[in-house]
Design a protein around this ligand. Structure first.
Ligand code: FE
Ligand code: FE
Ligand code: MG
Length: 171
């Protein structure tokens, strides 16, 4: 007879030295934020207008793909821990930690500033998740660390684009 390994018999879950339900809730919140970030970048890449439009749009489109990759990493870990990624898109906004600020202005400076704000929230969120799982769940720690490094790069990229843009305006 085939032996079915139950969720609570999985050593991979047992070694997590913290409340797995609480961890799943936190990971799902980050998962919701990633879908929102993906959509925001994806849409802004199409709408952005103004100087350096092509360059900014390319960077935004690239970030969209990277946020989508983060959503994938989080979903895989949630499933691995015995959880379910948020099933309904309408729940993304409800559960998001950083929330969704709909784009009000397509001008390049406003778009960059808006997205920088989003990245700064993401950096703070992932930094606090790292502290939460440190020494308790090395696999999640590793995943979150790689996402945090990407978010720091995103902030840096956008800040540099904004500086370049302001430089252009001063001439
Ligand atoms: Fe992300
Ligand atoms: Fe990001
Ligand atoms: Mg980039």
């Amino acid at each position: 007879m085939k032996k079915v390994v139950k969720k609570n018999e999985r050593v991979g879950i047992q070694i997590v030295e913290m409340d797995v339900e609480k961890l799943l809730k936190t990971l799902n919140q980050a998962y919701a934020d990633e879908w929102i970030a993906y959509y925001q970048y994806w849409l802004c890449a199409k709408l952005v207008e103004g100087p350096m439009r092509t360059e900014v749009a390319a960077e935004l489109a690239e970030h969209a793909q990277e946020e989508h990759k983060h959503a994938t990493l989080l979903a895989d870990r949630i499933v691995q821990l015995g959880g379910t990624p948020i099933l309904k898109p309408e729940a993304w906004v409800k559960h998001a930690g950083c929330g969704y600020d709909a784009t009000k202005h397509a001008y390049v400076q406003a778009v960059l500033e808006e997205n920088i704000k989003g990245e700064q929230c993401a950096i703070k969120t992932y930094n606090s998740i790292l502290a939460m799982v440190e020494g308790k769940d090395p696999v999640t720690y590793d995943i979150i660390l790689s996402i945090l490094a990407d978010e720091i790069e995103h902030e840096h990229d956008l800040v540099r684009l904004l500086s370049s843009l302001k430089g252009i305006k001063l001439v």
